[in-house]
Design a protein around this ligand. Sequence first.
Ligand code: NI
Length: 139
Amino acid sequence: MIYVSRKEHFNAAHKLYNPNWSKEKNLETFGPCANENWHGHNYDLIVTIKGSPDPETGFVVDLKKLSNLIRNEIIERLDHKNLNLDVPFMAGKMASTEILAQEIWKILIDKIKSISNYGMLHSVKLYETPRNYVEYFGE
Ligand code: NI
């Protein structure tokens, strides 16, 4: 099994805020991410495909096709957007890195099949900061 990854980048604004809680509890729980008037992060998204190489190309997945897929399906919907307000697939959800990674997985899981007969989605790794990141493996 070979694991092939592509890294893409986007900037987005968000706020972590649970409307059922008091302002104090939100600030205590989410710190600066609860800032009422939003703030931004520079996100790095790493999508990993696993599989065996296609004997005709030697590729598990064509990385150009993977890059185009991630850009068209994910980056265009998130880059320079407000995750709480501008992104339909995040509507009504907490704009945490965890939830965002799960939603990205849901969008990509079937679409990977259209670009590769030999690879399948293995993981979505999402960096909110250079030191904080989450990984989702679909379970
Ligand atoms: Ni934040």
